[in-house]
Write a protein that binds this ligand. Structure first.
Ligand SMILES: *Cc1c(COP(=O)(O)O)cnc(C)c1O
Length: 211
């Protein structure tokens, strides 16, 4: 079933759009099934869950972190992640920079832009994004690679389109910067809409693991 879900979704993605399998809360056997279906990019949103799953699965998996990350949990995440998609504060960038400098590593990150209506959704506004990008040399061990966003959780397609359109415009206004190439938008319920805004990654969980 997982295998069929993955191939069905891949069939709908244009070339150049990477499928990120959101495996949060799913048991290892299901990740293993996705791996056997050829999936190599997985995302988790809780530090300890990532730290327990990553060492138990094959080493050629590319792990992405997509949840709110507290600086005191960095040590669980950093040994495994290829990319942190959920940078929602400068404080977090500072902490990641310190960890990378101390451990001789670099890491790719995406800035999480607040685009949804919900008060609770974290993320940076456009001004904060431009401000961070104008000072990117402050974090020499961090490759700021693009933007991530979550559209409003709503049935209104118009509202969802407005959210994606806003992050797309912000992305376009920054993409003259080197390394700034990734736009991560679209989840199970809205990725087909997101495809109209030319993402480079979609993050899909329930459509792979639950349906
Ligand atoms: C859970 C989650 C997803 C995937 O959600 P689904 O609706 O299960 O596809 C994508 N992005 C983030 C940031 C998430 O937390």
């Amino acid at each position: 079933m997982i295998q069929e879900n993955i191939s069905r979704i891949l069939g709908t993605l244009p070339a150049g759009v990477k499928l990120v399998a959101v495996s949060k809360y799913r048991p290892l056997e299901e990740l293993q099934q996705a791996y056997e279906a050829g999936q190599r990019v997985f995302a988790e949103n809780r530090p300890l869950e990532l730290a327990s799953k990553a060492p138990a699965l094959p080493g050629d998996i590319q792990w992405h972190f997509i949840g709110h990350l507290q600086t005191n949990k960095l040590r669980y995440v950093m040994p495994y992640v290829y990319m942190i998609q959920s940078i929602d504060s400068e404080h977090l960038l500072d902490a990641i920079e310190r960890w990378c400098a101390a451990n001789g590593r670099t890491v790719r990150v995406l800035l999480e832009m607040h685009i949804g209506q919900e008060e609770t959704k974290q993320g940076l506004d456009e001004e904060a994004i431009h401000d961070i990008l104008s000072r990117s040399s402050t974090w020499p061990h961090i490759i700021i690679s693009g933007l991530m966003g979550m559209a409003s959780h709503t049935d209104s397609e118009e509202r969802i389109r407005a959210d994606f359109s806003r992050i797309r415009r912000c992305f376009d206004s920054c993409r003259n910067l080197s390394n700034f190439t990734e736009l991560s938008i679209g989840m199970s319920d809205d990725y087909e809409i997101a495809l109209d805004y030319s993402p480079t990654m979609v993050r899909i969980g329930s459509k792979i693991f639950l349906r």
